[in-house]
Design a protein around this ligand. Structure first.
Ligand code: 13P
Ligand code: SF4
Length: 319
């Protein structure tokens, strides 16, 4: 059942028509934002939508690196982010100048960068990837070629295990996923022996070793929908619980607690966006994502390289 207030939903629908705008929302957004979105998805799905929409305006309800990626893929569109302060600890933990110096030390390495990075760091990379295609991107690089992976060390370590490739890892982490508690998870598994553990690869290895499925937010949602099990322990940001409960109303989704014991692990960046700010962004057409054209062109290259690996082509309108 949608939770958004009817009047607010109508106001947003009218603004969308007037502005020829679409609202793209990540699964970690508040339920009422997901309710008014034209499309809700993970990082990869959202970038595909951003590339192919024929709207004039994209209101991106997510964090800044996601809205920047949308701008790179649709440079002629106006891209607005409800709160420009919606950042990401992985972006903050990988400053472009430090990254440039580090990668210069390994000039013979292929550079694969998680989409959770700044435009400047992307511009210094050969391939971009998201949590849903990172394994495919790594496997596409010829054996024997040394690889740098940045900025998430947990996703990097997971990829090393999956692919058997040695990766040189930048030591960044997600402030949300690194706080899940293994101790609480073990106790939940004990209380719910039939439940499957579904985890995002940004979690620490201590958590991931208990997982029955590891994948992106969209992967976790799909897995739960298709599974014949009824109970799931969820180790990713709490926003995913709303679309999971909508998609599989008869199933039980239990959030894994953090080390403090709280079962409400929310990303403070994602949660900076509110339904009021979405409405204001559509009305005022700001705050707008503005990227220097040269930076945009350089940062888009590894994104195109990613799409060439995983789709065989770069997405564009009409796909
Ligand atoms: P997904 O691409 O899996 O949605 O992940 C985005 C993210 O920021 C996870 O913390
Ligand atoms: Fe960044 Fe973590 Fe928030 Fe995702 S959940 S946007 S990785 S801080």
């Amino acid at each position: 059942m949608p939770v958004v207030d009817d009047e607010v939903a109508e106001e947003i629908a009218a603004l969308k028509r007037e502005r020829r705008a679409v609202v793209l929302a990540h699964y970690y957004q508040d339920p009422e934002i997901q309710d008014v979105a034209d499309f809700v998805g993970d990082s990869l799905q959202l970038s595909r939508q951003a590339a192919k929409t024929d709207a004039l305006v994209i209101c991106f309800a997510g964090v800044k690196f996601m809205a920047e990626t949308a701008k790179m893929l649709s440079p002629d569109k106006k891209v607005v982010l409800p709160d420009l302060q919606a950042g990401c600890s992985l972006v903050d933990g990988c400053p472009p100048e430090a990254f440039r110096k580090w990668r210069e030390k390994y000039a013979d390495h292929v550079v694969v960068t998680y989409v959770n990075s700044s435009a400047e760091v992307k511009a210094l990379s050969d391939y971009c990837c998201t949590s849903s295609n990172a394994e495919q991107v790594i496997r596409a690089i010829p054996e024997g070629k040394p690889i740098i992976f940045a900025p998430d060390r947990n996703l990097g370590a997971y990829l090393e295990k999956k692919t058997g490739r040695k990766l040189r890892l930048w030591q960044g982490t997600c402030m949300v996923h690194e706080t899940f508690s293994e101790r609480h998870l073990i106790s939940l598994k004990h209380d719910h022996p039939q439940a499957l553990v579904l985890a995002h690869p940004e979690c620490e290895e201590a958590l991931l070793r208990h997982a029955d499925y590891i994948g992106s937010t969209a992967g976790i949602l799909e897995f739960a929908k298709k599974s014949d099990r009824r109970e799931f322990l969820i180790a990713t940001e709490a926003g995913i619980l709303y679309p999971m409960r909508l998609a599989a109303p008869g199933k039980t989704f239990i959030p894994v607690p953090t080390t403090t014991g709280c079962a409400c692990n929310e990303c403070p960046h994602m949660k900076k966006n509110t339904i009021e700010k979405v409405l204001a962004a559509l009305r005022d057409l700001r705050p707008e994502i503005d990227l220097d054209p040269d930076l945009l062109r350089r940062a888009r290259k590894p994104i195109d390289a990613m799409f060439e690996v995983c789709d065989g082509k770069v997405p564009h309108r009409g796909d």
